[in-house]
Design a protein around this ligand. Structure first.
Ligand SMILES: [Zn+2]
Length: 107
């Protein structure tokens, strides 16, 4: 399983966890697929800023009904899937810094 397939599996598990009884609001189908990629919405600070000049963005995933194609969008941050790798990397670095600080004070 490559990283892309692994990510899709993690996302599918999370969607099933938060929406265990997911049903299409249009056709009441209970079968879905997840878009093979991410949606990124520009988030400008005010309505006068053109969307292409927005400094921030919101990544999301799309869950698609396999019968009628209805698309529901879900923010990765709310699903707890945003910056997970970065947070773990930061924790690791902090752990190493604390260890280094402890070693320094021991000398
Ligand atoms: Zn549907």
């Amino acid at each position: 399983m490559n990283d892309k397939e692994n990510n899709k599996e993690i996302i599918a598990r999370k969607v099933n966890e938060v929406l265990p009884n997911l049903e299409c609001p249009m056709c009441h189908n209970r079968h879905f697929t997840i878009l093979d990629g991410y949606l990124v919405f520009p988030v400008p600070d005010d309505y006068k800023t053109p969307f292409f000049q927005a400094q921030k963005s919101m990544p999301a995933i799309a869950v698609i009904c396999t019968k009628c194609g209805f698309i529901s969008q879900h923010a990765l941050g709310i699903l707890g899937l945003l910056y997970k790798d970065k947070q773990e990397e930061t924790k690791k670095q902090e752990g190493q810094e604390n260890k280094a600080a402890t070693e320094d004070s021991a000398n």
